[in-house]
Write a new protein. Structure first.
Length: 85
């Protein structure tokens, strides 16, 4: 796992059942989707589907691809987004 933390903004989207990750963070600008590991603060994101969030995370790459280990998150108010206007 990469120990370097990064900050990402996006929205929480559900993933199909049967996967080890229940939700993903979708980056609005690029449409990239990163499955969120169900550990650390990522556990809480399963209850925040469709919410806009800012996460502090690191990437983990393994046989399943690139996934996020979320260290902390903050819900974003839609009016705080500069692109909302």
């Amino acid at each position: 796992m990469s120990s370097a933390s990064t900050t990402l903004r996006g929205y929480v989207a559900p993933l199909p059942s049967g996967q080890s990750c229940r939700v993903a963070l979708v980056i609005a600008d690029s449409g990239e989707e990163y499955p969120v590991l169900p550990r650390g603060a990522g556990i809480d994101l399963a209850d925040m589907v469709s919410a806009q969030v800012e996460v502090v995370c690191s990437f983990q790459e393994d046989g399943e691809g690139r996934r996020l280990f979320v260290r902390s998150y903050q819900p974003l108010d839609a009016l705080d987004d500069e692109d909302a206007w």
